[in-house]
Design a protein around this ligand. Structure first.
Ligand SMILES: [Zn+2]
Length: 319
């Protein structure tokens, strides 16, 4: 092209620059991809991930009709909206933030199908407070949450049997049976008393028949811990330095009785099912499996340790 040399040179220089820039962009992209492929994510989810988990687990949609028809409890419902997600209470043996994890049991005991920030929930809570000799404000506070905890503890025969320095003796090996492989979470093994296992099987059959969400996932309600030998439990918690946590209840665990089991309900992304991190407990407390158990496990003789959504005890035999 006549007279176009300098223009061609200039466009040639530009092409080189663009090729170098393109190569650099590709290099950066390749490094970013390699980072994602080969660098392990952090073991503990970051705060952003935790917030996303909690947001995803939030109950969707507006409250059912009839939940906001008691304007006398507008202020109490506003207070409950705030404290349920943010209150520095320490009812269950360690500091927590709010009481959302316990909403399924509180709503169950109140007999109310409305969310915790609703006027109907506050009105039902006021009636419960009055019946339990407390100021009937309709607003959750630390003494009221403590009264709920006490009511839940009283439903567990193991708690009565293990107070005042006592601890139930474990059953003899002949008093335990193995669960079927399909009943263990990811196929793992566990042992229970025969009565516990029979009641568990009746409960799971009912859950799968009554809840399509539970029936859709065979992993749900499988067992990830049953009977635990007290000596092995003591060694394990000593190794993990957590013998004194609420979950361990010292060295006298309900798992020594053959009546207690940990049941898979689903777990927050990045967490194992037995994680007592607040984000995981909140996630599990909102799963269809847990909500079904809160409503129905009593029919089969099971009670829950409310701090751990996954932990259930059979009450058909003394500990
Ligand atoms: Zn447990």
């Amino acid at each position: 092209m006549a007279g176009g040399g300098s223009a061609d040179d200039a466009s040639g220089d530009a092409a080189v620059i663009w090729r170098v820039a393109g190569a650099l962009v590709l290099l950066v992209l390749a490094l970013a991809i390699a980072q994602r492929l080969f660098v392990r994510p952090p073991a503990t989810p970051q705060p952003d991930a935790t917030r996303a988990i909690v947001a995803a687990a939030a109950p969707p949609g507006p409250p059912p009709p009839g939940c906001q028809t008691d304007p006398g409890f507008a202020a109490a419902s506003g207070a409950n909206a705030a404290t349920s997600a943010n209150a520095p209470w320490s009812v269950f043996g360690r500091p927590e933030n709010g009481w959302q994890v316990y909403v399924p049991w509180i709503a169950h005991d109140l007999g109310v199908g409305c969310p915790p920030d609703s006027q109907a929930f506050a009105a039902a809570l006021a009636a419960w407070q009055h019946a339990h000799g407390m100021a009937a404000s309709g607003a959750m506070d630390e003494p009221t949450l403590r009264a709920f905890d006490l009511a839940w503890l009283r439903r567990r025969p193991f708690v009565a049997a293990s107070g005042h320095g006592q601890c139930p003796a474990p059953p003899p090996p002949s008093g335990l049976v193995a669960i079927a492989p399909a009943e263990g979470y990811l196929g793992q093994l566990a042992q229970l008393r025969p009565g516990t296992l029979a009641a568990y099987r009746r409960m799971v059959a009912a859950a799968r028949a009554e809840s399509p969400a539970i029936a859709a996932d065979p992993k749900l309600l499988t067992i990830f811990s049953g009977y635990r030998d007290p000596a092995a439990d003591a060694v394990d918690c000593a190794a993990k330095h957590d013998c004194a946590t609420p979950a361990r209840a010292g060295t006298c665990s309900a798992h020594r009785t053959g009546l207690a089991m940990d049941i898979y309900l689903g777990s927050a992304p990045g967490y194992p099912p037995e994680s007592s991190d607040d984000a995981n407990r909140l996630y599990e407390s909102r799963t269809p499996a847990y909500l079904w158990l809160v409503a129905n496990a009593g029919r089969f003789g099971f009670v829950n340790y409310a701090f751990e959504p996954w932990h259930w005890e059979w009450t058909g035999e003394p500990p």
